[in-house]
Write a protein that binds this ligand. Structure first.
Ligand SMILES: [Zn+2]
Length: 438
């Protein structure tokens, strides 16, 4: 058994990522949302033929933006509209339509790296009646804000090379039952794509809540499931035995979003919510979660229900409707920058350490961990992460350049994970040890 030399490390920002974060512009975000709102409605059932109005015009406009960004990507960014035909389902689809997700892929530069990171927003929107496809529905915040974040990340990031692949997507059919995200996630599972993280951005640009006087633009929520939905029957026994009910892939991703977002973006607290989603509402991360991928929902801290899923109107002095006047573009800038810092860090970092094991075959007050180098990426070393079993976040980060460690912490009292780190201090997703010996 070899014992590593440890040092507590001060975590510093990667200059390149810091510069990218600074490029995120409230003016760009405003321009995207203004352009989307100008299409009148983006209901999934709305016209696809009109050049200026409806879901067809909206998805062509987004594709056109991706194509513009592609020009300065050195041939790495390619966009297309991924379509599928949907038939009446007696629910929220009452006529045969061609559903289209607008997808832009920023191809990774390392052929050995098959990891994919996804940022998603939804292009479609709704009025009070989800089947109303003709009346105006601005959808500035739901989900013009998430769509704008996707576009802005694509604009800034596509100029830079990353070893892993990033997919920027605005889906359709969210309000009709997460249809675009199910189409994409089911296809990914069939093709066995190595999607390591999905950031679903939905309703992220308004700073105030209905029914209270709360106004806050310095907090954003990240929702993640607790006990993993996927293959729970196979894993329940192990989760129970090891106490891993708070350590699924999506929860790990939420911790990563909090740590990395707060490292790169000033004046924002990322608040983890230990739930897959809010009450009475759904989101596009769920189809990925159901297919076994790590996926979280990023959403504003306070929601205003006068402005969501409401026909634009005034009643008893209250303005209803999802109007652009209610978007706080400085707040949206910070929330977009949180996404960018996470995507850029993950796609730059080496992949996870392989075959990570913790030895539990003897009684001892120290803990032995073993692992192998990651499949892709050059490592400077590894951070061993340590936290008490009741702590929501990792409490210690111990650097080692070796691939095993004996920690002076009891395996009974702490959780451990290991993440790969490169020369620019980009950290990969933490991996939890399985039970085993060297
Ligand atoms: Zn939404």
């Amino acid at each position: 058994m070899c014992s590593a030399t440890f040092s507590q490390t001060t975590i510093i920002r990667d200059n390149t990522i810091e510069k990218m974060v600074k490029e995120v512009s409230p003016d760009s975000l405003k321009y995207y949302i203004t352009s989307l709102v100008a299409m009148g409605t983006r209901n999934t059932l709305s016209t696809q033929k009109d050049s200026k109005r409806g879901i067809g015009a909206a998805r062509r406009w987004i594709l056109n933006k991706f194509t513009q960004f592609a020009a300065s990507s050195n041939g790495r960014l390619t966009g297309f509209i991924d379509t599928t035909t949907l038939f009446p389902d007696k629910k929220r689809i009452d006529t045969t339509i061609v559903l289209g997700n607008v997808v832009a892929t920023l191809k990774g530069t390392d052929p050995a790296d098959d990891r994919i990171f996804i940022i998603s927003g939804h292009l479609d929107n709704m009025r009070t009646n989800v089947m109303d496809r003709t009346g105006d529905a601005p959808g500035a915040n739901d989900d013009g804000s998430g769509s704008a974040a996707v576009l802005e990340c694509a604009r800034v990031m596509s100029k830079h090379p990353f070893p892993a692949t990033i997919i920027f997507v605005t889906v359709s059919g969210e309000e009709q039952g997460l249809l675009g995200a199910y189409y994409m996630a089911d296809k990914a599972r069939k093709e066995n794509l190595n999607i390591e993280a999905v950031l679903n951005n939905d309703i992220m640009g308004s700073n105030n809540s209905s029914g209270t006087n709360i106004i806050a633009n310095n907090k954003v929520r990240v929702f993640s499931e607790g006990i993993p939905f996927y293959e729970l029957d196979k894993n329940a026994k192990m989760i129970r035995q090891l106490g891993l009910e708070n350590d699924g892939k999506s929860r790990q991703l939420a911790r990563y979003v909090k740590e990395t977002g707060e490292r790169y973006v000033d004046n924002i607290d990322v608040v983890m919510v230990y739930r897959n989603d809010r009450f009475l509402r759904g989101g596009d991360h769920t189809p990925y979660v159901e297919n076994g991928y790590a996926a979280v929902r990023i959403t504003e801290m306070n929601e205003n229900y006068y402005h969501q899923h409401q026909d634009v109107r005034k009643e008893n002095g209250i303005q209803y409707g999802d109007l652009i006047d209610f978007v706080d573009f400085e707040y949206l800038r910070k929330n977009t920058a949180v996404n960018l810092s996470v995507l850029a860090s993950l796609a730059s970092a080496p992949s996870k350490p392989q075959d990570l094991k913790i030895d539990v075959t003897r009684l001892s007050n120290s803990s032995d961990l073993y692992w192998k180098a990651p499949k892709s990426g050059k490592v400077k070393g590894y951070y061993i992460l340590v936290r008490e079993t009741t702590s929501p976040v990792w409490q210690k980060k111990i650097f080692t350049s070796q691939t095993s460690a004996t920690l002076p912490y009891s395996k009974d009292n702490y959780f451990f994970a290991v993440q790969s780190v490169n020369d620019n201090n980009n950290e990969g997703l933490p991996e939890l040890p399985g039970i085993g010996k060297n």
